[in-house]
Design a binder for this molecule. Structure first.
Ligand SMILES: C[S@@+](CC[C@H](N)C(=O)[O-])C[C@H]1O[C@@H](n2cnc3c(N)ncnc32)[C@H](O)[C@@H]1O
Ligand code: SF4
Length: 385
């Protein structure tokens, strides 16, 4: 059975790999260029790479577009508009397309919001991270809490849909601190919140400090308590988790994120961007070179910056779908899983996991229970095996 039909969701991700400053916890493909960026040259390269993807995935209907980073709110609105226009030239655009842009909440970037809305962006995702100035400084952020709240208020004026990100289980943060901060955040929330537990990423300044014992973060029981508190407070505020770290009013889930977790196709444009495209009945995993200048040179030389293109086997595609969809509260669509690799999950193993209260099977779907979500990595290994 083919994995793709024309009406299946299809997303376009556009990666802007530059930031004003590098936050010490972040290992995203983001770079600081004090000498400035030739934005016109990058735009030309985005348009070129889009043409390449249009040839790889013709005839699709784009249901979501996501400008991520890095810091896409450093892009000029005219650049965003030109990319959107090119996407509409290559594919049909769904009537209810979701177009998200990730923004950092400095006052300078907030000045671009009106321009992004005019360009067609209809959803803004703001990286607030913390609502306390001392913590924002510790996270290396370039904005204050007041500035972030002002940017959030402005975003609500310009966009129908607004989300913001916070990071918890930060240095020295207690469950009580997080409770107060999250209650404040919920008071400002629009329709969506992304709440990430701080991850110490290898190779970052935070990892070095953590290894050296000068950065202590809540872990084990303390981090779990903060996670459970997050679920409880968001649920009672009407923004239940639809994914491990993502909360929304029902109906306001990010369609672009859902597309990843539900195993649909997407074209990723820009340095380091990943893509999943169904071709000839199988999934291909593609990714571009991470260096922005390396990517630019590659696109100018040969029309795309891809340095990896792999046909996934049915088993690999099924494991990937399992890994992604188990993060969702709605869980796995068992028929979709069977269509990918043609085999059912092991019944004995499923019964054992259900008996332990870790999974819940509801007709055509299989989902992790709240208890199962606490040990998601173990569950994925058990189900994929
Ligand atoms: C691609 S990042 C950046 C968006 C934007 N540049 C910003 O910083 O606001 C998307 C989100 O990932 C989260 N994030 C990045 N590094 C993280 C880490 N080490 N632990 C937890 N969350 C992290 C942050 O909440 C951030 O808003
Ligand atoms: S968290 Fe955002 S602003 Fe900070 S370095 Fe990462 S991508 Fe850039």
């Amino acid at each position: 059975m083919p994995l793709m039909d024309e009406m299946e969701p299809f997303g376009v991700y556009v990666h802007w790999p530059f930031c004003r400053a590098k936050c010490p916890y972040c290992d995203f493909n983001s770079h600081v260029r004090h000498g400035g960026i030739d934005e016109a040259r990058f735009l030309a390269a985005y348009l070129t790479e889009l043409r390449h993807f249009a040839s790889l995935a013709p005839g699709r209907t784009v249901s979501s577009i996501f400008f991520g980073g890095g810091t896409p709110s450093l892009m000029r609105p005219a650049t965003v508009a030109a990319i959107l226009e090119a996407i509409a030239g290559h594919w049909r655009i769904s009537d209810d397309v979701e177009i998200t842009l990730e923004a950092n909440p400095t006052s300078v970037e907030a000045e671009n919001f009106a321009g992004y809305a005019l360009a067609g962006v209809n959803r803004l995702s703001l990286g607030v991270q913390a609502l306390d100035d001392r913590c924002l400084t510790a996270l290396g952020r370039q904005h204050t809490a007041q500035e972030a709240l002002a940017a959030l208020a402005l975003a609500k004026q310009h966009f129908d849909r607004v989300s913001f990100d916070l990071i918890y289980a930060r240095e020295g943060q207690t469950a009580r601190d997080w409770e107060n901060e999250l209650k404040l955040a919920l008071g400002h929330a629009a329709d969506h919140l992304s709440l990430y537990q701080l991850t110490i990423e290898d190779g970052t300044p935070f990892a070095a400090r953590h290894a050296g014992g000068t950065l202590r973060v809540p872990d084990g029981d303390e981090a779990r308590a903060q996670y459970l508190l997050t679920q409880e407070l968001c649920e009672s505020a009407g923004l239940p988790a639809y994914e491990v770290s993502n909360h929304a009013r029902p109906g306001s889930e990010s369609r672009h994120n859902l597309l990843y977790w539900r195993g649909h196709d997407y074209a990723g444009i820009g340095a380091g961007a990943h893509s999943r495209i169904t071709m000839d009945g199988g999934k291909r995993a593609l990714s571009a070179t991470k260096s922005p200048e390396g990517w630019l040179a590659a696109v100018e030389a040969r029309g795309h910056g891809l340095d990896h293109d792999e046909a996934l086997s049915a088993a690999e595609a099924a494991d990937e779908y399992l890994l992604m969809s188990l993060r969702l509260r709605e869980g796995i669509d068992l028929a979709r899983l069977a269509a990918i690799n043609g085999r059912a999950l092991d019944e004995t193993r499923l019964s054992a996991l259900a008996q332990d209260g870790l999974i819940d099977r509801n007709g055509a779907r299989l989902a992790a229970t709240p208890k199962g979500r606490l040990v998601l990595d173990r569950l994925i290994v058990e189900l994929a095996a």
